[in-house]
Write a protein that binds this ligand. Structure first.
Ligand SMILES: Cc1cc2nc3c(=O)[nH]c(=O)nc-3n(C[C@H](O)[C@H](O)[C@H](O)COP(=O)(O)OP(=O)(O)OC[C@H]3O[C@@H](n4cnc5c(N)ncnc54)[C@H](O)[C@@H]3O)c2cc1C
Length: 1010
């Protein structure tokens, strides 16, 4: 054992002795919640329900609602007699139990909140002063949704400073030594409370908006001799926070001010790099600053988020890795004490003892750093540290319960976490020896350094060599990653792709027919909707002769391609996916220019295209093997599929690569040959996709690229006798025409035409009376205004229950007013231009209709001077039978409908011609169940946005007038491109039958070697 480890154990043991001198339960208040927490630690399911109930309770209106929720969350859930009796009792006397429950939950929350307001909190701070414990105060609330809220926080932070400084004027440092390093007034600031449009892709914008709000606060703090700490939040904001800290504190005014600090989260894999960089920055700046070292409060969130998006997980996967890293960073901080003042934010005695022991080892006086602990937690440890002569500061949140709910849930999670120190020590009585072990010893060798998330690893291995028709494909498809624009490297790549795309502006693109590039005299220009005087590119304009040539080429190629093995076809798609992956920034950049997609939307489109290719390849392998229908002796019947023939794919501009690629790749992998026609507004994207397939080695004629006018070549090919299948995504008007026209059998036609038809939507989100208002705003804003409302899944009808109508509207309008509208070449723009002049005019006409049918509640004013920008617009008082409530607008226009209750909400939501997507925001398990059963939509989304379907995860498509009921990205999609066939063989010979008939066999092929 090393001397340092000896010393850590000695100090840790001492802390435990002092802790045990004043035994206290894990929660400073014993009682009901102590018992509830104990139950939560035993039963994860109960914990889930309890935290959800705690989350919703403060926003419930009366005892009746409280008891209903209690019932929904806890009854008949097998949680044991204590809970069941409680629920039964509560039901009997709701008017008594409702307030009691509310009171208990407030009590639970209040133990983590130092006061409702600064006055309230002062009493707590005074008490702590008497115990020689200092404070840093924080305002509850984070991640604001509007600039109005953000400005409110800026004012409140300032008020807090103004209040604390005079009240604590005569307070002296508890250690009376090195006091100049540790001002008494210490304010912790969360940046996400000060700017509502923080976007990880755009740190410069965050800095531009946050710096003017922070300067007055920093200036005043300096005048008052106070300290400001920049708290650290989720990983998405980390780089912006660090950048802002360094930028603003290098300004002349603040360059020589030492009383500022920032948080480093040791659970982050890149935290050591960040800390070294900060120290280096501090040296160059030449003035001391502070770092609060913590492990990090968002572990569950970061892990879930990166698993969902397929991102490398930024946090360590083992608790002991975070602990060990905390110690590495502790040493780094203490060794650099001449430039950085350390604060250790931990309740873990091992982490604390290590800091103490190491400081001693290097001869650093204990008054030159401090320990910080959270209000309402680990009281005995604070006391022990004070007794040992260390400086202790308490992190003291101030505010109301509702805005503080996210904070409360983080604390509850922390206290009950399986991995947490507090639970181990105070709830499970783990031995001191065990608690003081060196975390490096505990790091499991296996997977100790997985820099990549599990998903990444799996994604990379998803096409195992030798995955053939004989082996089963994976059950669960793993999606390609989204680009994470939080990384500077991703931002740089996108910027450079945009520069390169700009250089290619105005290029011309040929048709591709039978593997040949075909140029026509006429060219169709494709315009940049952000700058209509800019032609992004020109597509050769196909006429009837080219369309005929394409059908002929496809027909000829079909003979061979239809007989090509499933494996070969699947591999073609996988090669295309790899090329899309390689060229994803280039293709995203083209989308920004050609269809006005913001960065992340463009990237999501390319990701979807990649997923379509890989997912359909996998699905075709599954479908491609003839399958035994029934096991009967003496006969074998195999069910299998043939391609239909020539497919004509007609795609829209709003997902210009993904949808075109999805339909075309489905056609190709199923053995059909394809003529793909991109939208007139997104020819360049279409042409680029053709290049991808050419590079992937698609044989001549198997995929043909035909740009041109729908009214000319589209109509001609839909009616063509040699076209067997039409896959269409677009407007209802065109879709219905195709559906009708394809029903007519033409002379010489071989097949009944199959039509796959995806049309529009008039999608609704219903907001229940108990929905979380802050989250509601975020989901509604993104669903309605993301990509300017030009997704077929976009929200256009917001249905609010009258109970919380005012609350939602009060925050929705300022949130809409805070949106960044502009040219999406800039990162972080959420609302760009609509696609073209015709759309622009049509949407403006609808806005006029809206003004006559309803009340214009909000319309943005500041718009870029050129380009097809439509201001985000909200109408209220909309009646269900009006045009703006029934017709698809396809732009950033939201209609708000007020209803009495959920019955009426469902009636309104279901009362349109469409059934594409629908959403429900609620915290009532019963209502959620009801909506799941009754909302008429192809894709029903609960407690999230109603846009953003992911291949394989959310097979996408609607019914009624939204489409024929097919599901792109679903496991039955490819069946639409196939004809089923059954081959039956009597295997009895003179009464003798083979014993074993395999469930799957190889494809029927002739000649066998073909
Ligand atoms: C004064 C103070 C200020 C704070 N300010 C911030 C802040 O600005 N930003 C912020 O994010 N947090 C902040 N925190 C919260 C802090 O991150 C948590 O309280 C802290 O992580 C708990 O760590 P611990 O050492 O007390 O407990 P421990 O029980 O030793 O550690 C728990 C921590 O380990 C990590 N962990 C848990 N499971 C795993 C796993 N499987 N793999 C890897 N790591 C895991 C998590 O970070 C978890 O919180 C602050 C805490 C204090 C005391």
């Amino acid at each position: 054992m090393t001397a340092l480890q000896d010393e850590i154990e000695r100090r840790g043991t001492r802390i435990f002795e002092l802790v045990d001198k004043h035994p206290e339960p894990l929660f400073s208040k014993a009682g009901l919640y102590e018992r509830l927490m104990a139950l939560s630690m035993r039963d994860e399911r109960f914990k889930g329900q309890l935290f959800r109930f705690v989350d919703v309770l403060p926003s419930l209106r009366g005892s009746g609602e409280i008891i209903e929720h209690l019932n929904d969350y806890f009854s008949d859930n097998g949680f044991g007699s204590l809970v069941n009796t409680g629920v039964r009792l509560a039901r009997i006397v709701p008017w008594v139990s409702g307030p009691i429950l509310r009171w208990n939950v407030s009590g639970m929350a209040n133990q983590f909140i130092a006061g409702k307001n600064p006055d309230d909190a002062m009493a707590t701070l005074r008490k702590r002063r008497a115990q020689k414990i200092g404070f840093t105060v924080d305002l509850l609330g984070e991640a604001v949704v509007s600039e109005e809220d953000a400005n409110g926080y800026a004012v409140r932070y300032m008020d807090l400073l103004e209040k604390l400084a005079p009240e604590t004027k005569n307070w002296t440092d508890p250690l009376g030594k090195n006091a100049e390093l540790f001002p008494v007034v210490n304010l912790s600031v969360k940046l996400s409370a000060l700017y509502s449009q923080m976007n990880p892709a755009d740190p410069a914008d965050a800095i531009a908006h946050l710096a003017p709000k922070l300067r007055p606060l920093l200036r005043r703090a300096r005048e008052l001799g106070a300290f400001i700490n920049f708290d650290m939040e989720s990983y998405a904001h980390k780089n912006s926070t660090l950048e802002l800290f360094k930028t603003i504190l290098t300004e002349d005014e603040f360059k020589d001010w030492p009383h500022v600090g920032i948080v480093i989260q040791a659970y982050l894999r890149d935290s050591e790099v960040d800390l070294r960089d900060l120290i280096e920055w501090g040296r160059k700046r030449g003035t001391r600053f502070a770092v609060r070292l913590v492990k990090g409060a968002y572990w569950d969130y970061e892990t879930t988020k990166s698993l969902q998006n397929g991102w490398d997980c930024p946090v360590f996967s083992q608790k002991s890795q975070s602990d060990a890293n905390f110690e590495t960073l502790t040493r780094l901080l203490l060794e650099n004490e001449p430039i950085v003042t350390a604060a250790f934010g931990s309740h873990n005695v091992r982490s604390i003892a290590h800091a103490q022991a190491f400081a001693d080892e290097i001869g650093l006086d204990r008054s030159r750093f401090e320990f910080q602990l959270l209000y309402g937690m680990a009281g005995p440890i604070k006391r022990a540290l004070v007794e040992m002569g260390y400086r202790v500061r308490e992190y003291s949140p101030i505010g109301e319960l509702l805005p503080g709910m996210a904070y409360l849930v983080r604390r509850l999670l922390e206290n009950t976490s399986n991995e947490g120190f507090l639970r181990a020590k105070f709830a499970e009585n783990v031995s001191a020896k065990e608690l003081l072990r060196d975390p490096r010893e505990l790091i499991k060798l296996n997977g100790a350094n997985p820099m990549k998330s599990q998903t990444t690893i799996n994604t990379q291995n998803q096409h195992p060599q030798g995955s053939t028709v004989g082996t089963a494909p994976d059950d669960v498809y793993r999606n390609s990653q989204l680009v994470n624009f939080v990384y500077k490297d991703s931002q740089d790549k996108m910027r450079s792709a945009l520069r390169e795309a700009r250089q290619r502006i105005g290029e011309k693109y040929p048709l591709v027919i039978g593997g040949e590039k075909v140029w026509t005299d006429e060219l169709t220009p494709s315009v940049n909707p952000s700058a209509p005087d800019e032609i992004v590119g020109y597509g050769s304009e196909a006429g009837i002769p080219e369309a005929e040539r394409a059908v002929k080429a496809a027909r000829e190629a079909f003979g061979k391609w239809g007989l090509t093995s499933v494996e070969e076809r699947a591999q073609l798609l996988e090669r295309a996916a790899d090329i899309l992956e390689r060229r994803r920034y280039e293709l995203s950049a083209v989308e920004v220019f050609e269809v006005g997609k913001p960065w992340n939307e463009a990237d999501a489109d390319i990701r979807e295209a990649i997923d379509f290719c890989r997912f359909y390849a996998e699905q075709m392998r599954r479908l491609g093997r003839p399958k035994l229908t029934q096991r009967v002796p003496g006969e074998e019947s195999y069910h299998h599929y043939w391609p239909r023939g020539v497919a004509f794919v007609i795609a829209p501009w709003n997902f210009p690569i993904a949808i075109l690629c999805g339909m075309a790749s489905a056609g190709v992998v199923t053995g059909n040959t394809v003529i793909m026609k991109p939208s007139e507004q997104s020819i360049v994207c279409g042409a680029k996709l053709m290049q991808v397939f050419e590079e992937a080695g698609v044989p001549p004629g198997v995929l043909n690229f035909l740009s041109g006018h729908g009214s000319v070549i589209g109509a001609h090919l839909v009616d063509h006798k040699d076209v067997d299948l039409i896959a269409f995504t677009g407007s209802r008007e065109v879709g219905l025409k195709i559906w009708e026209s394809a029903g007519i059998t033409r002379p010489g036609q071989r097949e009944l035409k199959r039509v796959i038809c995806e049309m529009g939507g008039k999608n609704a989100i219903i907001v229940d009376s108990d929905a979380d208002v802050g989250e509601t705003i975020g989901y509604v804003i993104y669903s309605a205004f993301g990509y300017q409302g030009q997704k077929c899944s976009a929200l256009s009808r917001l249905i609010l229950l009258e109970d919380n109508y005012d609350q939602v509207m009060e925050r929705l309008i300022p949130a809409a007013a805070s949106l960044r509208v502009g040219n999406p070449e800039e990162p972080g723009i959420m609302v760009g231009p609509v696609i073209d002049e015709a759309a622009y005019r049509r949407i403006l006409d609808y806005i006029e209709v809206g003004k006559s049918e309803a009340t214009l509640a909000y319309q943005a004013k500041d718009l870029p001077p050129k380009g097809y920008f439509i201001p985000p617009t909200i109408f209220t008082g909309v009646k269900p039978n009006t045009r703006i409530a029934r017709e698809e607008i396809f732009g950033p226009v939201l209609s708000v409908l007020k209803v009495r209750d959920l019955d009426e909400a469902l009636e309104v939501a279901n009362g349109t011609d469409y059934a594409l997507t629908g959403g429900f925001l609620s915290r009532s398990p019963d209502n959620i169940e009801r909506v799941k059963a009754q909302l008429q939509a192809g894709n029903v989304y609960i407690n999230r946005t109603c846009t953003g379907a992911i291949v394989g995860r959310h097979p996408f498509g609607g019914f009624k007038m939204s489409g024929g009921g097919t599901k792109a990205g679903g496991e039955d999609y490819l069946l639409n491109f196939l004809v089923p066939r059954v081959v039956t063989e009597n295997t009895i010979r003179h009464g003798f039958a083979p014993e074993q008939t395999p469930e799957y066999r190889n494809e029927f092929r002739w000649p066998k070697s073909h």
